[in-house]
Design a protein around this ligand. Structure first.
Ligand code: ARG
Ligand code: ZN
Length: 881
C-alpha cells in the first residue's frame, strides 16, 4: 500500500516531460506469483532538452530485475532504483535510445485491483489513473503517447484466452503447454489506456459494419457458462456504435472491439483502447437476475466506455487536472444516448435526481472542488460526481447557449483539431468560441469555480403598465479555499404560462439578454422586464434543468400546483410537484421537532392521485413523480441541524397520507398494470413496472399491505418485481413473518449468484432503524460476503452508510464507529475503495450537534491511525478541515 507522503500536485506546476516514449513493446510471461514483464521502450529526448537531463520513470511497489540501454546493462552508479522510481542519471547522448526494463510482479496478491491483478483466476489490468506504474517503470502520465506492441505468454490451461489493446497480430504454441499471442495498437495512447486480459472465459461474438463499410469484430467475454447473460450488453454496444456515427459522426477505428467482464473491479468500467474491462455488474443481465435499473445502467455504461474511444482515447487529457475533459463530455454523450434510446423527459429527471443526490452534497461540503480541480494529493479521489456529472452539465450548458447546430460544429472542430493529442479544457472551450464567435470566458468559470450557485427569484406584475418583472439575483456560496466567488454566466431556461397552460406572449424584454427561452444571467442582479403582459403569468424556471443551480423562488402555492399540472416542460412539471412534496416534508419535519403530529394538505395528497392516473403521462414519468424525495434529499434541502429520525418520520407520514387518500385508485391502477406480456427490458415496459412497484409501496402501508407485497414477491416473474417486493417487505414490514420468509426464500434461490446476493445485502443494509448497524455487522460474516470484493463492500457497507439515514446516523454514534472500523479494514486490501466509503461522512457538519460530535470522533479516529494510505488520508483530512 502506498502511504501518504503529503505531496500535493498543482495544475500550475505542469510542464511537458523532458523525454517521450514513441514506442512501447511489452512482453508478459504470466504466472500468479511471479509474472515477468519485459518492457522495451523507445525513448526520445525532447527537442531543446539538455543531454544531461536525467530520465525519471514512475514506479509503484515494483521489483526491478534488470535495466539495459541499447543492449548494454546500465552501470549501478548511473542508476537510482527504488520500488517507486527509476532514475537514469546519465542517459545516452543520442536523442533516441532503447531502454529495456525487466520487472517481476505477483498479480495473485494484488488486492488493490490497480495494475495487473487476478479476478476469479482471470488476469486483468486497471491502469487509470496511475496503475501502469505498478506493472513497469514508465513515464506514467497521460501526455506521453506511445504505440504499443504486446506479447503475452501463458500456460494454455490456465489462460486459453490472451487479449490486449488494438488488433491481433499472431498467436501460437510454445513448449510445455504454454502459448502466446501478440497484439498491436496503431493508435498512440497514454499508459492509462493499456490493458491485458488472460484467462478462461466464454465469448459472445458479433460484428458491426461502420458508416464507411468496415466490418468490426465484436467480442464480449464473460465467465464460462454466462454467455446468455451478455446478450443485452452486446445489443447496447451495437446501438452505441450506430448512435455515435449518427449523433457525432464518430466511427470506430480498429478491426476488433472487445469487452471483458470481471467480478473484482474498483469502479464501473474502463475504456482501454479496443479492450474495455467492465465490472461484471454492468455487463451480465437477464430478466431473472437483473432489474430494469440494471438494464438501464448496462446500456449507459457500455455506451459511456465505447464513446470514450473518441472522447478520451483519440483525444486524451494533457494531465489529470483535465479529467473532466474526457469524463464530463463522455457522460454528456451517454446521457444523450440514453435519452434518445428511451424517454428524454424521464431520463432528464433521473439525471437531475442523481446530480442532486451525489453532486450537490459534494459541492456543498468539505470535499467541494471545481469541475477542473487545481490541486490534488490522490487523483483517484477525483473521480467524483463533480468531475463526471457536473462536468456533463457544463457541456450541456454550452449546447444550451450555442444551440444544437453550433455545438455540433464546435465538436467537429474539436475532433478535427485535437485528434491524436492530449488536450486541455482551454482547448475545449476555444473550439466553441471559434465555432460560435462568442466569448465564453465568463462561462468558463463553471470549470474553475467550485460550489452550487443559487438564484433568488421574485416576480411582480403591474397590470396597469402590462408589465411583468422577474428580479433575479445570483450568489455562489464559499467553498474550501475559495471564499470569494466571481459572477457566473448562468443560462436559465424559463417559460411564462397563462391560464390553461398556454405560453404567455410578450412584446419586449429588457434587463438581460433573452434568447430562445433562455435568460442569460451574468450580473449579480437582473431586473428582467417583460412588457405587453396583461395577466399575471405563472413562471416556470430552470426548464429542463438548464443550469445546475439551486433556486430560492417566491412562488405562490397556487402557481406551484398549477405548474405541477400544466407546465408544458415535462421536467419542470415534475419539478413543481417535487417542490410541493419537499416543502410539505420540511414543514412536517418542523412539526415533528415541535412535538406535533404532521399534517398534509388534501390538495397535495389528491394531486398525487391525479398524477398517478393521468393516462396522458408516461408510466415511467408518473412513477418518478410519485417517488417521494428520499431521506437524504430532504436532509440536504433542510441543510443544517439535521435529525435523520425526524426526517424519516416525516417522510413516512407523507407516504401514509398519500396512500390513505388514494387507496382505492392506487389499488385499481395497480391491478390494471399487471403485465400479461412476455418480459421485455424496453423503457415502456420498465416504466409500467416502475409505476406498479411504487404503487405497491404505497399500498403496502394500508391494511393488508404485507400480504399484498408477499403476493407480489411470490408471483414475480422478473427480478425488478421480485426485488421491489422484497424491499417493500423488508423496509415497510421489518420483522414481519412475510419479510422474514421472503428474505430467506431469496437467499436460498440466489445463494450462488453474487450479483443477485448484492441486492439482498443492499435491501437489508437499507432497512431503516437503530437495528440496522447490528444487522449489517452480522451480515459481514455471511458466506456470500467478502471485504475483498468491491461490489460486496459497496452493497452492504456503502448502502448502509450512504442510503440508510436512520440506521447509519444512530444517535449513539455506533453507525459511525462501525464505518470507521470497516474503512480501516478495507483499506489494508484496497485503499481506493476504503477512501470512497469514507466519503459517507462528508456531510457531518449538517447534522444536529450530538451526532455531529460523534461523527467527528469517528473521523478523528481514522485520522489518528498511523501509515494511512494516500487515498484515505486525503479524504479524511479534507473532510475534517
Ligand atoms: N475512465 C473510467 C470511466 O469510464 C473510470 C476509471 C477510474 N478508475 C480509477 N481507478 N480511478 O469512467
Ligand atoms: Zn468515463
Amino acid at each position: 500500500m502506498r502511504t501518504d507522503t503529503g505531496q500535493v500536485f498543482k495544475l500550475e506546476d505542469y510542464r511537458p516531460s523532458d523525454y517521450l516514449i514513441p514506442e512501447t513493446n511489452l512482453d508478459f510471461r504470466l504466472s500468479p506469483q511471479a509474472t515477468v514483464v519485459t518492457a522495451i521502450l523507445t525513448v526520445e529526448r525532447r527537442e531543446g532538452i539538455s543531454k544531461s537531463a536525467p530520465l525519471v520513470l514512475d514506479g509503484d511497489g515494483l521489483t526491478l530485475k534488470r535495466v539495459e540501454i541499447d543492449g548494454k546493462t546500465v552501470r549501478p552508479a548511473d542508476l537510482l532504483a527504488s520500488p517507486d522510481q527509476l532514475t537514469l542519471l546519465k542517459p545516452p547522448a543520442a536523442r533516441r535510445f532503447q531502454l529495456r526494463i525487466e520487472t517481476e510482479l505477483a498479480p495473485a496478491s494484488n488486492e488493490a485491483l490497480m495494475g495487473l491483478y487476478r479476478s476469479n483466476n482471470v488476469y486483468c489490468t486497471q491502469c487509470e489513473a496511475e496503475g501502469f506504474r505498478r506493472i513497469t517503470y514508465f513515464l506514467d502520465r497521460p501526455d506521453i503517447l506511445s504505440v504499443y506492441t504486446v506479447r503475452i505468454e501463458a500456460s494454455r490451461d490456465e489462460a486459453p484466452l490472451l487479449l490486449s489493446n488494438g488488433n491481433p497480430v499472431e498467436n501460437g504454441d510454445l513448449a510445455d503447454g504454454w502459448h502466446y499471442a501478440s497484439w498491436h495498437d496503431p493508435f498512440p495512447k497514454p499508459s492509462y489506456l493499456f490493458a491485458l486480459v488472460a484467462g478462461n472465459l466464454g465469448q459472445v461474438a458479433d460484428s458491426f459494419v461502420t458508416m464507411s463499410g468496415r466490418k468490426v469484430e465484436l467480442g464480449i467475454y464473460v465467465e464460462p457458462g454466462k454467455d446468455a447473460l451478455a446478450g443485452y450488453a452486446m445489443d447496447a454496444l451495437k446501438r452505441s456504435m450506430q448512435w455515435d456515427e449518427e449523433a457525432f459522426g464518430r466511427e470506430y477505428d480498429l478491426d476488433v472491439f472487445n469487452i471483458v467482464a470481471v467480478s473484482d473491479f474498483n469502479m464501473g468500467a474502463m475504456e482501454n483502447k479496443g479492450l474495455n474491462i467492465f465490472n461484471d455488474k454492468y455487463v451480465l443481465a437477464d430478466q431473472e437476475t437483473a432489474t430494469d435499473a440494471d438494464f438501464a445502467n448496462i446500456e449507459a455504461i457500455i455506451a459511456h466506455e465505447y464513446f470514450h474511444n473518441w472522447t478520451g482515447n483519440r483525444i486524451t487529457c494533457r494531465d489529470w487536472f483535465q479529467l473532466c475533459l474526457k469524463e464530463g463530455l463522455t457522460v454528456f454523450r451517454d446521457h444523450e444516448f440514453s435519452a434518445d434510446q428511451r424517454s428524454r423527459a424521464v431520463k432528464r429527471i433521473a439525471e437531475v435526481r442523481t446530480l442532486r443526490a451525489h453532486q450537490f452534497p459534494e459541492d456543498q461540503g468539505p470535499l467541494a472542488h471545481p469541475v477542473r480541480p487545481r490541486r490534488y494529493r490522490e487523483i483517484n479521489n477525483f473521480y467524483t460526481a463533480t468531475v463526471y456529472e457536473k462536468g456533463s452539465e457544463v457541456v450541456r450548458m454550452i449546447r444550451t447557449i450555442l444551440g444544437a447546430e453550433v455545438f455540433r460544429a464546435g465538436m467537429d472542430l474539436y475532433f478535427e483539431r485535437h485528434d491524436g493529442e492530449a488536450a486541455t479544457i482551454e482547448d475545449f472551450i476555444k473550439v466553441f468560441e471559434e465555432a460560435s464567435g462568442r466569448d465564453l470566458s465568463q462561462f468558463a468559470l463553471w470549470y474553475h469555480q467550485a460550489g452550487t450557485p443559487n438564484l433568488t427569484v421574485s416576480s411582480t406584475h403591474n397590470p396597469a403598465a402590462q408589465e411583468f418583472t422577474l428580479e433575479i439575483e445570483q450568489s455562489v456560496p464559499p467553498t474550501p479555499s475559495e471564499s470569494r466567488k466571481r459572477l457566473m454566466h448562468i443560462p436559465l431556461a424559463f417559460g411564462l404560462i397563462g391560464a390553461g397552460g398556454k405560453p404567455v406572449e410578450y412584446d419586449r424584454v429588457e434587463g438581460a439578454s433573452v434568447e430562445g427561452g433562455v435568460i442569460h444571467i451574468r450580473k449579480r442582479r437582473h431586473m428582467v422586464r417583460f412588457s405587453g403582459v396583461a395577466e399575471r403569468p405563472a413562471v416556470s424556471l430552470n426548464r429542463g434543468f438548464s443550469a445546475p443551480v439551486t433556486l430560492s423562488v417566491e412562488q405562490k402555492a397556487a402557481d406551484q400546483f398549477f405548474l405541477a399540472r400544466h407546465d408544458s416542460d415535462a421536467f419542470s412539471r415534475w419539478q413543481a410537484f417535487n417542490t410541493l412534496l419537499t416543502d410539505a416534508l420540511i414543514a412536517a419535519f418542523r412539526q415533528i421537532l415541535g412535538g406535533k403530529q404532521p399534517d398534509f394538505a388534501p390538495r397535495l395528497t389528491d394531486l398525487a392521485g391525479v398524477i398517478a392516473s393521468d393516462e396522458t403521462l408516461e408510466p415511467a414519468y408518473r412513477a418518478l413523480a410519485l417517488a417521494l424525495p428520499g431521506d437524504a434529499d430532504i436532509a440536504r434541502d433542510i441543510g443544517k441541524n439535521i435529525d435523520p429520525d425526524a426526517v424519516h418520520t416525516a417522510r413516512h407520514a407523507l407516504a401514509l397520507a398519500i396512500g390513505t387518500a388514494n387507496g382505492e385508485a392506487f389499488s385499481g391502477l395497480y391491478d390494471s398494470l399487471a403485465d400479461k406480456n412476455a418480459f421485455s427490458p424496453d423503457a415502456a415496459s420498465a416504466g409500467r413496472r416502475a409505476l406498479r412497484n411504487i404503487l405497491l409501496d404505497y399500498l403496502s402501508l394500508l391494511p393488508g399491505g404485507a400480504a399484498l407485497a408477499a403476493g407480489h414477491f411470490q408471483s414475480a416473474t422478473n427480478m425488478t418485481d421480485r426485488a421491489a417486493a422484497l424491499a417493500v417487505l423488508a423496509h415497510r414490514h421489518h420483522g414481519s413473518s412475510e419479510a422474514k420468509k421472503a428474505l430467506a426464500a431469496f437467499e436460498k434461490t440466489y445463494a450462488s449468484d453474487p450479483l443477485v446476493m448484492d441486492k439482498w445485502f443492499q435491501i437489508q443494509a437499507s432497512v431503516p432503524g437503530p437495528q440496522a448497524v447490528d444487522t449489517v455487522r452480522s451480515l459481514t460474516a455471511h458466506p456470500g460476503f467478502s471485504m475483498g470484493n468491491p461490489n460486496r463492500v459497496r452493497s452492504l457497507i456503502g448502502t448502509f452508510s450512504s442510503a440508510n439515514q436512520t440506521g447509519f446516523h444512530r444517535p449513539d454514534g455506533e453507525g459511525y464507529r462501525f464505518l470507521a472500523q470497516t474503512v480501516l479494514e478495507v483499506e489494508k486490501r484496497n485503499p481506493q475503495v476504503a477512501a470512497r466509503l469514507a466519503t459517507a461522512l462528508r456531510s457531518w457538519r449538517s447534522l444536529e450537534p450530538g451526532r455531529q460530535a460523534k461523527a467527528r470522533e469517528a473521523l478523528v479516529s481514522i485520522a489518528n491511525t498511523e501509515n494511512l494510505s494516500a487515498d484515505l488520508r486525503d479524504i479524511v483530512e479534507r473532510t475534517l478541515a
